[in-house]
Design a protein around this ligand. Sequence first.
Ligand code: AMP
Ligand code: GLY
Length: 426
Amino acid sequence: MKVLVVGSGGREHAITRALDGSDAVEEIHAAVSNRNPGIVELADSVRELDTNSPDEVVEYAKETDVGYAVVGPEAPLEAGVVDALEDAGVYGFGPRADEARIETDKAWARNFMEENGIDGTPDFEIFESADAAAEYVAEYDGDVAVKPHGLTGGKGVRVTGDQLSKEEAQKYVRESDWDDWVVEERLVGEEFTLQAFVADGELIPSPAVQDHKRAYEGDEGPNTGGMGSYTDAGRLLPFTCDEDYEAALGIMRQVVDALPEYRGVLYGQFMLTSDGPKVVEFNARFGDPEAMNILPLLETDFGEVVRGAERGDLPDATFAERATVCKYAVPEGYPTDPEAGAEITLDVEEGDDTLVFYASVDERDGKLYTTTSRAVAVVGVGDSIAEAEERAENALAGVGDGLRVRHDIGKPDVVQKRIDHMEELR
Ligand code: AMP
Ligand code: GLY
């Protein structure tokens, strides 16, 4: 098969690598918005284009004569890239714009959940005026999360009682550029991600992952796209039990039952509360960084997963029972005031248990420079989280100056805190 990869972050480097390891895949072509050196190295051809333009993506797909496309980020899904590929006879592994609304339109997503009786839906209200939303924040009995309806790269949401007071949240809602808001009850617990391959009503889940959204160690600072993430050996996390995993999986199955046309990757973001998993949100694609935890563990040929999805016959994918720890190195000042254009050096020896994924870096004259986004990720694999974490840290020693890392991710004391937190809540 010939496959087009759309997108150029760490997630898409992981997708490209998984396709590169597939016996079913003969050619990989890449539609990118920046020349990710990891993708450039593996792909048979690379084209810089507007990945959110269905026309440009389809044109390149025709030129390269691909039969399949794997779309990494959410924005092309929202723009209808999969719909356009389908019209051009290319199978897109990703939902069409209509089904992608589960991620791209938070108001639609919450209404969908309510109408279909999806378990774990928090209390919510939808507003089309900032003033009305702000008033509701003041009246609501308890803490809230305020969310603009559309895509904000995970950076538009604010949670009271955690990041800011209710007064500050009201001010934030009134003073920002958005009119449309979802206001919902604040969920308290530990977050985890469950990603699954989906096609024709079938759903094949992968191990649970915990991402770290806050910019600084100790979960301080503003939200980011994700600073790093880990899995344990097996499908559970140290603070979850089988029942939690099954409950989350049951919620994902309810979604797929209610959206039978859905295909690609379904990503559930859950808050494990004292009352079981509740839905923070769904995404219509792999997580970034979470793809970098899951894809290296995938034992099933990823090309066969994509082809199986097209044929309505998803293979029963299996994952190695090993732990992974992923840590992103980001530009100084990320996410509020990132320093772009800083030269970075990388001296990391990759091996079976130490992987490097490039994300947003510029390569010029053989040198690497930061952009305004996350630059490069390392992944350690091991028999325990502690072993994987050590391998990730050893790899990070080869990352030169000019980048910042959350070293606390996956450290035994931080993992223990999550376990203690859940025990306390239960
Ligand atoms: P979202 O873009 O919906 O994933 O929100 C970004 C982050 O905000 C989530 O990963 C959570 O950490 C937090 N968040 C979102 N909704 C809630 C909620 N209802 N209760 C508590 N935290 C939330
Ligand atoms: N890591 C969170 C996301 O990809 O949305």
